[in-house]
Each structure stands twice: as structure tokens, then as C-alpha cells.
Design a protein. Structure first.
Ligand SMILES: NCc1[nH]cc(CCC(=O)O)c1CC(=O)O
Length: 309
């Protein structure tokens, strides 16, 4: 009997497509299914269409997810593949992050034209980044640099760098690996001094939470340690109510059945920051992250958060 193919939704950027193809390959291998058991459905989102303004200004969570989520909710899609980093902490009713693929390298990659390392950039060099976290972390380490907003797909940013619009840029190592573009990297940044975004490097799969058939399909490709780390990092983000305007970093790692979490919040100019370290059992991942978020929020005090708005 010919079954209807599972419909996998994705955005159309090269990175998103690579992630959707990787997910399909994992599903084919896990279930011994042929390629045509899955159909990859490409949707354009608001975040893809508005490219001339910083994401933090267009505002609104779910900029890259709304169209996919509508089609998941009404059954036109069975699953949607995302970068966990781009996923808001609150999802529409009835949808959830049902599986996480094993995480790639979490580090940020530095791509320098004027110097191979962030610390070697000449005084007053220009760094392009659209991420508030990266902007704040750069300013924290190198207050002399000028940081400009720099949007577009990975390829667009590399082209702008090549044209000399900036002296350096930063991109996720994981994304460059998935695009087969690691040759451009001149330095991998230490996650202690340059902590990644919550979710960085992990592909997640969103689906209807009440759909048993899809839950069974996804169970064998879920990576338990990645899931625990992600729940922890998203707990941290949620406790800080990370809007798109907040520089927040957070990384949970699993070793010996224990989670260790490191998180940081910064003012956009990088002049003030608060960091936190927490260890705990895997089973309490989300709570551990949420507690860390609450503590760092209390420590920072409300005046700290005023500087964000
Ligand atoms: N917001 C864009 C985005 N979302 C996920 C990745 C990279 C892949 C990942 O972190 O999983 C990127 C590009 C980048 O930060 O370089």
C-alpha cells in the first residue's frame, strides 16, 4: 500500500534546506524508509522576506516560524525543521519541540579579513553582526571596535565581508559546517569567553504534541543529551523572557549523567554583564535553567534591564 508521504516543512535558505535534508536522511535511516516517503515543503517566512532591517527592530517572536506553525496546526505539514536557536520559548497551543538531533559544535566562528583573531583586529576595526549577543560580547572584549548590524543569509554576509564592508564577522560554526563552508573560518571562539546563544548548533523538530504517529516517527532520531541541554538553555531563556532585544548567552553540557550550565546576560554595549554557573541532574534540566535565569535576573536588578529598552 502506498502511504501518503510525511510532509516536512522548512524555510528556503541554504542552511534551512541542509537541515531539512539532514532530518530526512536520519528518518530514512532510522525507519528503513525510501526518500519518497518524505516530502520537503519549502515556505517563505516574514523573517526571510524583510531583509533591510535588523531582526530586533522588526520585532515579534516567531518571525521565522509563523507560516510553518500555521501549516503544522492545520495538518498541511507533519513536522517542521528549525535551528533551535531561532525558536521562541513559547510555542503556539498544540505544538511542541518533539525531537532534537545530536548537537553540532556550539562555538561561534570568527571570520577575519584584517586579522585572523578577534584579539588581533586593529584598533577601531569594523565588525559586522546582526546578533545582539555577539555585538555585546564583542564590545565586552574589544570596546574599541565598531560593531555594525549586518544581516542576510550566511552567503550574503560572507560576500559583504569579501567586498570589504567590514573587517570581520561572526557566524555559528555549526551552520558553516552544514553548508560545507568551514574554510572561511580564521578562529573558533572559546565558549567561556564567548558563550553561544541558547540552542546554538542544535536542529529541533516541531510537531503537533497530540500526534502519536509523528511522536513514534521522531522518537528514534531524538538525542537525549541534546534534548536535556536544550531544555536547560530554554529554561534559562524563558526565565529571562528573552525578547529579541536581549543579549543572552547560555550553554548546557552533559557529562557523566550531569548537566553543567553556564549563562550570561549583558547590556547591549557590553559594559555590564552577569554570569552564572549551575550543575545538576539531567532530569531537572528545564528547572535548572529556569533557576539560573531567575538568579541572574535578581542579581542584575531592574535597572540592568532598563538599559535593554
Ligand atoms: N539566526 C540565524 C541562524 N540560526 C542558526 C544559525 C546557525 C546554525 C545553528 O546555530 O544551529 C544561524 C546563522 C548563524 O548564527 O551563523
Amino acid at each position: 500500500m502506498q502511504m501518503k508521504p510525511y510532509r516536512i516543512g522548512t524555510r528556503g535558505s541554504p542552511l534551512a534546506l541542509a537541515q531539512a535534508h539532514e532530518t530526512r536522511s536520519r528518518l530514512m535511516a532510522a525507519h528503513g524508509l525510501p526518500e519518497d516517503a518524505f516530502e520537503i515543503v519549502v515556505l517563505s517566512t516574514k523573517g526571510d522576506r524583510v531583509t533591510d532591517r535588523p531582526l530586533s527592530e522588526i520585532g515579534g517572536k516567531g518571525l521565522f516560524t509563523e507560516e510553518l506553525e500555521e501549516q503544522l496546526s492545520d495538518g498541511r505539514l507533519d513536522l517542521a525543521v528549525h535551528s533551535s536557536k531561532d525558536m521562541p520559548t513559547a510555542l503556539p497551543e498544540g505544538l511542541g519541540l518533539v525531537a532534537f538531533l545530536e548537537r553540532e559544535d556550539v562555538r561561534d566562528a570568527f571570520i577575519g579579513r584584517s586579522a585572523p583573531r578577534l584579539e588581533d583586529l586593529p584598533l577601531n576595526a569594523v565588525v559586522g553582526s546582526s546578533s545582539l549577543r555577539r555585538q555585546a560580547l564583542i564590545r565586552r572584549l574589544r570596546p574599541d571596535l565598531s560593531v555594525i548590524t549586518f544581516r542576510g543569509q550566511v552567503e550574503t554576509r560572507l560576500r559583504k565581508l569579501g567586498e570589504g564592508q567590514v573587517d570581520a564577522t561572526l557566524l555559528a560554526h555549526a551552520g558553516l559546517k552544514r553548508l560545507g563552508n568551514t574554510g572561511v573560518i580564521t578562529e573558533l571562539l572559546d565558549p567561556e569567553s564567548f558563550p553561544p546563544a541558547p540552542g546554538q548548533g542544535a536542529i529541533c523538530i516541531e510537531a503537533r504534541t497530540n500526534d502519536e504517529r509523528i511522536a513514534e516517527l521522531l522518537a528514534p532520531i531524538n538525542h537525549a543529551d541534546t534534548e536535556a541541554a536544550l531544555l536547560c538553555e530554554r529554561g534559562f531563556l524563558g526565565a529571562l523572557d528573552g525578547s529579541c532585544r536581549t543579549p543572552i548567552a547560555g550553554l548546557a553540557r552533559v557529562a557523566g549523567g550531569q548537566l553543567s550550565f553556564y549563562g550570561m546576560i549583558l547590556t547591549p554595549d557590553g559594559s555590564v554583564w552577569h554570569d552564572i554557573r549551575r550543575e545538576g541532574p539531567l532530569g531537572d534540566a528545564a528547572q535548572l535553567g529556569a533557576d539560573a535565569g531567575a538568579e541572574v535576573r535578581d542579581r542584575a536588578g531592574s535597572s540592568f534591564f532598563d538599559s535593554w529598552t
